[in-house]
Design a protein around this ligand. Structure first.
Ligand code: SF4
Length: 215
């Protein structure tokens, strides 16, 4: 027996208590694009790509961490939702477009793939660019190119929840926000072991394997 009955894109859906809107949509075969989300990690809804419209709610909600509730009427592809997703991707691209679009990493970049899926063209926004960070190749295990980082925090969560290491955390505010190691020091082998989990979870090639041996 279902703990709730709701309507998702015009079809009735039921499920267990605590099921998120994203999980209910997946159960029905409805695709909702995501970026910061990974089924293995605690959802935190920070990228907002997975927003949906819930009738009666004054604002769009992130489907990855919003639980289903009895009587909800949800639209995953309304004009408002599609416009919001495109605007979010465009905003992320405006701070991310750079070397990634011209090198071999572009084909692996989830943000660029998402832009193609949502038919988002070159960004129109004139936002202040994030700081440019020099590529860091101190660690023998992880190459960090934080200019490509979109602050999805997957690496922070993957390192904490899967590797159980807590190597990464968030620091600074607004446009200066950054994923840092300790007090924003280079990542070296004192902090990190060769698990590669952060690399696996990074959607934009901000974290990759080093190109060459590091002493
Ligand atoms: S380094 Fe990669 S995984 Fe970590 S926050 Fe940036 S884009 Fe996300």
């Amino acid at each position: 027996m279902s703990d709730f009955k709701a309507v998702l894109d015009g079809s009735e859906v039921g499920g267990h208590e605590g099921m998120t809107i994203l999980e209910a949509a997946e159960k029905m075969g409805i695709h909702i694009p995501t970026l910061c989300h990974s089924a293995d990690l605690t959802p935190d809804g920070n990228c907002r790509i997975c927003v949906v419209e819930v009738e009666g709610s004054p604002r769009l909600v992130a489907s990855c961490h919003t639980p289903m509730a009895d009587g909800m009427v949800i639209h995953t592809r309304s004009p408002k939702v599609l416009a919001a997703r495109k605007a979010i991707v465009e905003l992320l691209l405006s701070g991310h477009t750079g070397p990634c679009v011209t090198d071999e990493c572009a084909k692996d970049c989830e943000l660029h793939n998402l832009a193609a899926e949502l038919e988002v063209g070159p960004p129109r926004f004139q936002v202040r660019k994030r700081r440019f960070y020099p590529v860091e190749e101190v660690s023998p295990y992880v190459r960090r190119d934080m200019s490509r980082c979109i602050l999805c925090r997957r690496c922070v969560r993957a390192c904490a929840e899967i590797a159980k290491k807590n190597v990464f955390s968030m620091a600074y505010r607004g446009f200066q926000s950054k994923v840092v190691v300790d007090c924003d020091v280079p990542l070296d082998k004192e902090f990190c072991r060769d698990c590669g989990i952060c690399i696996d979870y990074c959607p934009t090639s901000a974290l990759t394997k080093p190109n060459k041996e590091v002493a």
